[in-house]
Design a protein around this ligand. Structure first.
Ligand code: GLN
Length: 545
């Protein structure tokens, strides 16, 4: 049986939550017993976002297989609770690289290589690869950007062709648009939506469903108008006002009966009744008044919070689980270096230093780690945050402020964090780090082992540098415990301090595996330590109900 395909395009403007809509619809279908996968098609020419600045792109989300992908894949994994594969993120760069390499190899000998059909065929091949790789019965495909962008045309053409290739009952087009609000007259406008649907039609795609996003409630009469002008059924116009509770989106879409429309049009029979009890509880919990805890996220991309999307979500998941309200304070590490922002840091009950690359703001993060260690404030270091926690501790133990990672100081006398041996020969930047899932053995009796309640875990990595084993003995003697190691014992994956309520860093990124209803054990343990420290009573969810 061929898979069924749901294609998502965006209209009017980007950043209106197309990814979340696709993710939430994926959840609706999973709740009905279908196996779903989601794919993002990104029109930019980079091969993957791994080489892009977080300012350009937001967070790079890493999958089990080490693919560096768009942050929308994080939404997909969190909402649907799936583990996706590298076939689920395709860029123009990948498509062209493949076609050009085949051309050099002589595969098209004699032919002229053109956007149609060679490029569009390669796009279609990659769309088809998802069902093969994941066994999904329904594949949701989201095209990045908005209709009208030059870059996305080949993708849209491929989607157009797929309707005739696969048939009407196997394909469905969902257009996610935006209704602007005009303050002067106090009304929402549908004209930009009409225009973008016309644009989509001119490419040969007629949307079956329109999700009308807006910051204000969308009246029924407006949905009727959209239906009339855009030639879709009234019940297929789904109003979606912005909600402050992200995880409410599936419930809102369920109420709008979009899943019934989709299954009917795709000739699918739901296998079971959706059970929203857990999600409903989750959303109620978000809304409930709770005691608040404040945590600082010390980063250098804090102006763009999307750069830390999974970290923020993982903290929220843990807070929900513990029944507390997370007050996240965004502290700029460069500011700390200039002796600013310290008041902000002094007010929080816990500190998170997330991942990052390059020298800017490093000393500020090290100072934040020093503050956490000396003031006994719970600290969670993620990848770079772990490396800098080691640097800070080494500076203290070795009484040498020059101890560093060779990423920031190549000639430091104490390279406590250094390039992994197999990284030394590598010159290419793209896709060459230590990437994806690796096993980690937990040392019994440590904070990490107690948090995980097991002795072997697998976590996702994305880094080039590593703890330098030459310093294991000296730092170990002075109170640093290496609580997580690679199975051969060679790589330090988790470090923690003995004489501290909670100071722990992971070489991997636990944030990628946290789920709204299944928070990551290390985030929960960290936040629990934060609450203990702040004297806040917690009521973990499974015990409360
Ligand atoms: N820059 C560091 C490294 O490459 C840390 C990477 C990260 O935080 N993801 O090892």
């Amino acid at each position: 049986m061929t898979a069924k395909y749901i294609f998502f395009t965006g209209g009017v403007v980007s950043s209106v939550g197309k990814g979340v809509t696709a993710a939430a619809i994926g959840r609706l279908l999973k709740e009905r017993g279908f196996k779903v996968a989601v794919q993002k098609l990104d029109p930019y020419i980079n091969v993957d976002p791994g080489t892009m600045s977080p300012y350009q792109h937001g967070e790079v989300f890493v999958l089990d297989d080490g693919a560096e992908t768009d942050l929308d894949l994080g939404h997909y994994e969190r909402f649907i609770d799936v583990r996706l594969s590298r076939v689920c993120n395709v860029t123009t760069g990948q498509v062209y690289a493949e076609v050009i390499s085949k051309e050099r190899h002589g595969d098209y000998l004699g032919g002229t290589i053109q956007v149609i059909p060679q490029i569009t065929n390669e796009i279609k091949r990659r769309i088809g690869a998802v069902a093969k790789a994941t066994g999904a019965e329904i594949v949701l495909v989201e095209v990045g950007g908005t209709v009208g962008d030059i870059e996305s045309l080949p993708f849209l053409e491929a989607l157009r062709q797929l309707r005739s290739d696969l048939g009407r009952e196997n394909t469905l087009y969902i257009h996610v648009t935006w209704l602007p609000y005009i303050g002067a007259t106090g009304e929402l406008k549908t004209k930009p939506t009409q225009h973008s649907v016309r644009e989509l039609r001119s490419i040969g795609i007629s949307p079956d469903v329109i999700v009308a996003r807006s910051d204000y409630p969308v009246e029924d009469s407006l949905c009727e108008k959209i239906a009339l002008f855009c030639d879709v059924e009234k019940r297929a116009v789904i109003p979606m006002a912005t909600t402050p509770v992200l995880y409410e989106v599936p419930l809102l879409l369920e109420k709008a009966r979009i899943a019934e429309f989709i299954t009917e049009r795709l000739k699918l029979e739901a296998r079971r009744k959706p059970d929203w009890a857990e999600w409903t509880r989750l959303v109620e919990e978000v809304r409930r008044e709770k005691p608040s805890v404040s945590v600082a996220l010390v980063g250098k991309y804090v102006e763009l919070q999307d750069a830390y999307m999974s970290v923020r979500e993982a903290l929220k998941h843990a807070a929900l689980h513990l029944g507390v309200e997370l007050k996240l304070s965004w502290v700029h590490s460069v500011e700390l270096e200039k002796d600013r922002g310290w008041n902000q840091l002094k007010e929080v009950h816990g500190i998170v230093v997330p991942g990052g690359f390059g020298g800017r703001g490093i000393e500020g993060k090290i100072r934040a780690a020093r503050f956490a260690r000396t003031e006994k404030i719970p600290y969670l270091g993620l990848c770079l945050g772990m490396q800098l926690m080691v640097v800070e501790f080494a500076r203290f133990v070795l009484e040498n402020e020059e101890a560093n990672s060779t990423e920031f100081d190549r000639i430091t006398p104490h390279p406590v964090i250094d390039l992994m041996p197999d990284q030394r020969q590598i010159n290419d930047m793209g896709g060459t780090m230590r990437l994806g899932l690796y096993p980690c053995h937990l040392q019994p009796g440590t904070i990490a082992a107690k948090a995980y309640e097991t002795d072997l875990v697998e976590e996702r990595h994305r880094h080039r540098f590593e703890f330098n084993n030459d310093y294991r003995t000296i730092l170990g003697e002075k109170g640093m415990r290496f609580s997580g190691l690679s199975p051969d014992g060679r790589l330090v994956e988790i470090a923690e301090l003995v004489d501290h309520p909670f100071m722990l860093g992971t070489q991997f990124h636990p944030e990628f595996l946290s789920r709204p209803n299944r928070p990551h054990p290390l985030f929960t343990a960290f936040l629990k330590a934060v609450c203990d420290q702040a004297g806040i009573q917690i009521y973990p969810r499974d015990q409360a109900s």
